[in-house]
Design a protein around this ligand. Structure first.
Ligand code: ATP
Ligand code: MG
Length: 229
């Protein structure tokens, strides 16, 4: 469902016309329902890679194929549709809207689609997902009234509300303590299995890495399989 072919990314560097090559020829195939962890030192390009996979950024060269479609050939409207409906994002900092309730935050991604099913249908899905992550009693709270781990669980539910095929998570447990991290890790793994959502996670959490199907390491701009963690 996702394929990267010789993907590279360079950023212009001050005083250096060649620029800095953050990613070199990265080739990767991810099948439906697969789970993949990407590890690597700070600055190795993990976020850059995830942003390219999620159509938030474009590679300098190479191709990203989503369901066989080359993202480079799509216009902004089609890209926006894919970002909104086919892909869910969870970032290190959750970016919840502070003035909205938990339930309202979860429903934000459903507002963009003019042809969407009824609000009631989404609202039911939101409630059942919130219940699954243990937030049934917090639906009318605002983010400021939740713990860091609870907020991150809301962000996971929001990412899943449109039933994406692909869930991308960049350090989803980065700002949490050990217990809260394990909680999020368990949740992502459980959702990967039960919702058959393809999962790509950038993480430093060993627990998450251990439980995921495949661990790859980004180093020197190259992505390599890593056995055992
Ligand atoms: N918009 C940009 N312009 C110029 N350079 C950038 C830009 N975004 C990222 N970089 C550079 O690309 C490199 C990789 O950054 P990236 O954020 O992908 O790393 P990372 O592996 O996610 O690191 P971390 O673990 O700290 O989050 C860094 O050296 C960074 O300076
Ligand atoms: Mg990063």
């Amino acid at each position: 469902m996702l394929e990267l072919v010789d993907v590279g990314k360079s950023y212009p560097a001050p005083g250096d016309t060649a620029g800095v090559r953050v990613l070199k020829d990265i080739t990767l195939k991810v099948e439906k329902g697969q789970s993949l962890v990407i590890v690597g030192p700070s600055g190795s390009g993990k976020s850059t890679l995830l942003n390219i996979i999620g159509a938030l950024d474009r590679p300098t060269h190479g191709h990203v194929l989503f369901d066989g479609k080359d993202l480079a050939g799509l216009d902004e409207i089609e890209l926006a549709r894919i970002r909104n409906k086919e892909i869910g994002f969870v970032f290190q900092l959750h970016h919840l809207l502070p003035q909205c309730t938990v339930l309202e935050n979860v429903l934000v991604p459903t507002l963009a689609d003019k042809n969407r099913p009824s609000t009631k249908e989404f609202s039911e899905r939101a409630k059942s997902l919130l219940e699954r992550v243990g937030l049934r009693d917090f639906m009318l709270y605002r983010p400021g009234e939740l713990s860091g781990g609870q907020r991150q669980r809301v962000a996971v539910v929001r990412a899943l509300i449109n039933s994406p095929k692909l869930l991308l998570a960049d350090e989803p447990t980065g700002s949490l303590d050990k217990d809260a991290s394990e909680n999020i890790a368990d949740l992502l793994i459980e959702l990967n299995r039960s919702e058959q959502v393809t999962l790509i996670v950038v993480t430093h959490s060993l627990k998450l890495a251990e439980q995921m199907g495949q661990v790859m390491e980004l180093n020197d701009g190259l992505l390599e399989s890593r056995s055992g963690t």
